[in-house]
Design a protein. Structure first.
Length: 100
């Protein structure tokens, strides 16, 4: 099976080019990441989430050989996992009564 569908990404240079490369040669056993879980935990305690994502991509042995789509997908997945987002909502009267 081979993927050859057109890639419609905003960051792409040409919208008419077709993707003929794939990542089937890359091992998916978790051995590509050079950072250990303890190093990652230490990094998360002293750095921001964006710096953690940059460190993960820099220490991945297979990141440079991935396709553009796979790189964007990998970065998005790591951002969702390591960046903290807080949404502040306006409190309702009922929530204030339950809190205090």
């Amino acid at each position: 099976w081979s993927r050859s569908a057109p890639c419609n990404l905003v960051s792409s240079g040409s919208a008419d080019s077709e993707v003929t490369e794939n990542n089937q040669h890359l091992a998916q056993d978790g051995s590509a990441q050079a950072l250990t879980p303890l190093e990652l935990k230490d990094l998360k305690s002293r750095c921001s989430g964006a710096e953690v994502v940059e460190a993960l991509t820099a220490n991945s042995a297979t990141f440079a050989s991935k396709t553009r789509f796979s790189k964007e997908k990998y970065i998005k997945k790591k951002q969702l996992r390591h960046l903290q987002q807080v949404t502040v909502l306006r409190p309702t009267v009922m929530e204030l009564c339950e809190t205090y």
